[in-house]
Design a protein around this ligand. Structure first.
Ligand code: PLP
Length: 435
């Protein structure tokens, strides 16, 4: 019996090393990391340049408190990050992961309104069918029923608008104008709450873990940004999954040329080499908040080793044109999956952008009927894939909060054509066990 508190309810193999897209277990079995963990690993495992940058920084200076010092690594990282962000002069607040970054963004939004004398603005609006993290504030904003259920007595401060889920869109205007209709609904909610009470709207540019790479219609983001802007509601783009190239562009919002007020990042920012999250404010927000003093902080924020790792990952993405590689390999992977799964009766949808791809499993393709939860369809496919040496990510509850099965693929951007072909054939085999 291990003293480690288990994350999953099953006994797990022990991972001993990883390189490129491969992870090796203690029993010698090798797995293709076709989901980069939870869509985290972008530049691949065991990259020598990143390990070197991490070790050099740790050797020279591993920790100082952020209230006492800045560091060369952090200053250089923030400088080099600026050109890839959809902001003129960003203010970068580094933390230890996505949930912390979301909490930081919420506080930044509140601090911004306070600094401007708008003391009534405190409410956060978010969407059903979303995921923003597991700390209390981030979980409250998340619209994922099974994760919220045990903690409901602590939640329900955030206000939720409907999910943006094209595969199951109930709107009459679908598919021609449902994006705008979502924006009309957001505006209705802002007005119902009183715009003078609303601090921010947060959403994932492409819904990740909860809806499995659900891409919004093209009229959605521009209309949402316009509504937020008109009501002085800050727009927070949760790019923890979509950021740092995952959708084939630097940030998910770049797919619609939208400039939010705050970007939240994590996962791909460090490609898993260090627990790194970022809350990045646009110049007007950053200047206002920093100018008035920001009551916030964590022991491990602004970490020098994290910054050195983030910088090395950024260089790897830039110098190797890995964002372009993600775009190309993503188009190839989704194209091949769509082709081979087109006639498969239990696959309802293959969706996504770049190397962020979701496959929704259904019991009846003509009616989009989800499997009952008791069937454990997603888990069955993930297990069948694992037996075959393929690691996939999954999510459940997408259809109605309980039922609905999605498997997600998101390999590192360095994935070769040969390995992509293996991923496709092993995925098809794994999905085939549902027959
Ligand atoms: N936001 C999004 C969109 C995410 O996908 C996640 C994690 O999956 C988070 C926030 C929370 O990040 P973390 O698990 O690093 O706290």
């Amino acid at each position: 019996m291990t003293p480690v508190f288990p994350r999953a309810g099953v006994s797990l193999p022990t991972a001993v090393r990883a390189e490129g897209v491969w992870i090796e277990a203690a029993d010698g079995k090798k797995y293709i990391d076709a989901s980069g963990g939870a869509l985290v690993v972008s530049v691949g495992h065991g990259d020598p340049e990143i390990l070197k940058a991490m070790c050099e920084q740790a050797d020279r200076l591993s920790y100082v408190h952020a209230s006492a010092f800045t560091t060369e690594a952090l200053e250089a990282y923030a400088e080099e990050l600026a050109p890839v962000l959809p902001f003129e002069s960003p203010f970068v607040y580094p933390v230890s992961g996505g949930s912390e970054a979301v909490e930081t963004a919420f506080k930044m939004a509140r601090a911004y309104h306070l600094a401007r004398g708008d003391e009534g603005r405190h409410k956060i609006i978010s969407r059903w069918g979303s995921y923003h993290g597991n700390t209390r504030g981030a979980l409250d904003a998340s619209g994922r029923a099974p994760l919220r259920a045990p903690y409901l007595p602590w939640l329900d401060k955030s206000i939720h608008v409907p999910a943006v889920y094209e595969y199951r869109c109930p709107l009459m205007t679908h598919p021609n104008a449902c994006g705008k209709e979502h924006a009309v609904e957001l505006e209705r909610v802002i007005e119902e709450e009183g715009p003078e009470t609303v601090a921010a709207f947060i959403a994932e540019p492409i819904a990740g873990a909860t809806l499995g790479a659900a891409v919004p219609p093209d009229d959605y983001w521009p209309a949402i940004a316009e509504v937020c802007n008109r009501h002085d509601v800050l727009l927070i783009a949760d790019e923890v999954m979509t950021g740092f190239g995952r959708t084939g562009l630097w940030f998910g919002v770049d797919n619609w040329s939208v400039s939010p007020d705050i970007i939240v990042a994590g996962k791909g920012a460090s490609s898993g080499y260090w627990p790194l999250g970022l809350a990045i404010a646009s110049e007007p927000v950053g200047e206002t908040v920093a100018g008035h003093g920001f009551v916030h902080g964590f022991t491990y924020s602004h970490n020098a080793v994290g910054a050195a790792v983030g910088r090395a990952v950024l260089r790897r993405l830039t110098d190797g044109d890995l964002v372009g590689a993600c775009h190309a390999q993503g188009a190839r992977l989704i194209g091949e999956l769509r082709a081979v799964l087109a006639d498969y009766p239990l696959v309802g949808d293959v969706r996504g952008r770049g190397l962020m791809i979701g496959i929704e499993l259904v019991s009846d393709k003509t009616a989009n009927t989800p499997f009952p939860r008791s069937r454990r369809a997603a888990e069955t496919v993930v297990e069948a894939a694992r037996e075959r040496g393929l690691l996939l990510y999954h999510s459940t509850g997408c259809a109605d909060g309980v039922n609905g099965d999605v498997i997600m693929l998101g390999p590192p951007f360095i994935v070769s054509n040969d390995v992509l072909d293996q991923i496709v054939s092993l995925t098809v085999e794994a999905v085939g066990v549902l027959r």
